[in-house]
Design a protein around this ligand. Structure first.
Ligand code: UDX
Length: 433
């Protein structure tokens, strides 16, 4: 099959490369000429494990192409995917659909023969109807079907998530479009990933509902962690104890400093707005949004508590700045709340993140170091904000020798309290009362 992918951001690039790897012929289109130039040279603008090799192989084998202009690829495509950004609109939290609608206008002028137009971007319920209206207006003669096909990729594990999904959701009632979509995803039959065919609005809502539920699940365990601290219980054992119940499931029950990233904060907010505009508010999600924002702000206070309030003039080492490991993404990362608050309290902050290079612009006043031991050097407290693998097995004796005061505040619970304390550290985790 022939695919045109509009937008070479995270979703577009991963999806395009994976479809090519399935054997389809894919052209990824982006207006950003310098990005396309770099991609043609094999330079990948984002950090995603395995993506560079995947792109390189499929370009070499003649299935993956990059272009700044889509007319030719769209004209010959069986399916055109819209995978452009839908940022939170400034001020009201609604998803900004400017790029999606612009892409629809452009595609409309280019399609030729029966074409399936698919939204991969996360879009509010009803956006598919609007795209259909645009296509009909620009091309009353056009033969097309508009489909919703949300992505559920996690950064850092996106290729595996694409190739071994728990499910693929395809929202359309059009039978011809269903056949094209089934053919595109046919390679997944091998690992028996279910294709779930739904109505278009339902599919659009599934994406938001999934993200909101996961954000709520994390927020639930985060609040349990606070309760554990007060009551003298251990949140990790609570998580295991409830997670073994199949109805609950053990995933997404790691207590931490609050969720961040490109999806959960934006999508929960957009769903809250959609629901309240529709006169059917979802209070659980509203509360999740508020609790998570407050949690990220409260984390600096937790560090200060562990330091018995003595922050002013002290040196604090930070390990990890990205919103989670295996990504360079800094969007809505808890570090963006925690670090400035510590500086505000008068701390000198030194930090290291393996990939979060953007932090240098986003966190002024921080002394950036080249590794975890440089960060421990002279520190009065070491704070783990992101659980990169390389922080999980630090040489603790070396860390202790380097630090001025051997205090570790572990906001991801990657160390065992008894073990690290036996090495002479004062240790504070999350929810281990
Ligand atoms: C998420 C969804 O998982 C994915 O399906 C969707 O398409 C996009 O949003 P992503 O943002 O890449 O993916 O990361 P994810 O691994 O889901 O983590 C999101 C945030 O939740 C991170 O800040 C992470 O640290 C936090 N988290 C996750 C927890 O605090 N505890 C957990 O148990 C799991």
């Amino acid at each position: 099959m022939r695919v045109a992918m509009i937008g070479t951001g995270y979703v577009g690039l991963v999806s395009g490369a994976c479809f090519a790897d399935f054997g389809h012929v894919v052209t990824c289109i982006d207006k950003d000429a310098s990005k396309i130039e770099r991609l043609k040279k094999g330079e990948i603008p984002i950090f995603e494990p395995g993506l560079e090799g995947l792109v390189e192989r499929n370009v070499r084998e003649g299935r993956l192409f990059f272009a700044t202009e889509g007319a030719e690829a769209v004209k010959t495509a069986d399916a055109v995917f819209i995978a452009v950004g839908t940022p939170s609109r400034r001020g009201d939290g609604h998803a900004d659909l400017t790029y999606v609608y612009a892409a629809a206008e452009e595609i409309a002028g280019q399609i030729d023969g029966f074409t399936v137009v698919v939204t991969k971007s996360t879009v509010p319920v009803g956006t598919g109807d609007e795209i259909e209206a645009i296509l009909k207006r620009v091309r009353p003669d056009g033969d097309f079907a508009v489909v919703s096909n949300p992505e559920f990729l996690r950064e850092g594990a996106a290729i595996n998530d694409f190739k071994r999904p728990d499910r693929v959701v395809i929202g359309t009632d059009d039978e011809r479009a269903q056949r094209v979509m089934a053919e595109l995803y046919r390679p997944l039959n091998l690992n028996e990933s279910p294709l779930l065919f739904t109505g278009r609005r339902t599919s659009e809502l599934i994406k938001y509902a999934a993200n909101a539920f996961l954000a709520m699940k994390i927020t639930f365990i985060n609040e349990m962690a606070d309760l554990c601290e007060t009551l003298g219980a251990d949140v990790q054992q609570v998580a295991r104890g409830i997670g073994l119940d199949n109805r609950i499931g053990s995933k997404f029950l790691h207590a931490g400093p609050g969720y961040g990233g490109s999806c959960f904060p934006k999508d929960t907010l957009a769903l809250v707005r959609t629901a309240s505009d529709a006169g059917s508010p979802i209070r659980l999600v509203e509360t999740t949004v508020q609790v998570n924002a407050a949690r990220k702000k409260a984390m600096a206070g937790k560090v200060a508590d562990a330091m018995a309030g003595q922050v002013k003039g002290k040196r604090i080492g930070i390990l990890g700045l990205t919103f989670k490991p295996n990504t360079d993404d800094m969007r809505d990362a808890p570090s963006l709340d925690i670090v400035p608050a510590l500086i505000e309290m008068g701390a000198q902050v030194q930090a290291f993140d393996p990939e979060g290079h953007e932090a240098r612009q986003m966190l002024p006043g921080v002394d950036f170091k080249d590794g975890p031991y440089e960060v421990a050097d002279g520190a009065d407290a070491l704070v783990i904000i992101t659980e990169w693998d390389q922080f999980r097995a630090l040489d603790l004796d070396r860390v202790k020798r380097l630090m001025r005061t051997p205090l570790v505040v572990d906001l991801r619970n990657i160390y065992r309290p008894a073990e690290i304390e036996s090495r002479g550290f004062q240790y504070r985790g999350i929810g281990r009362g």
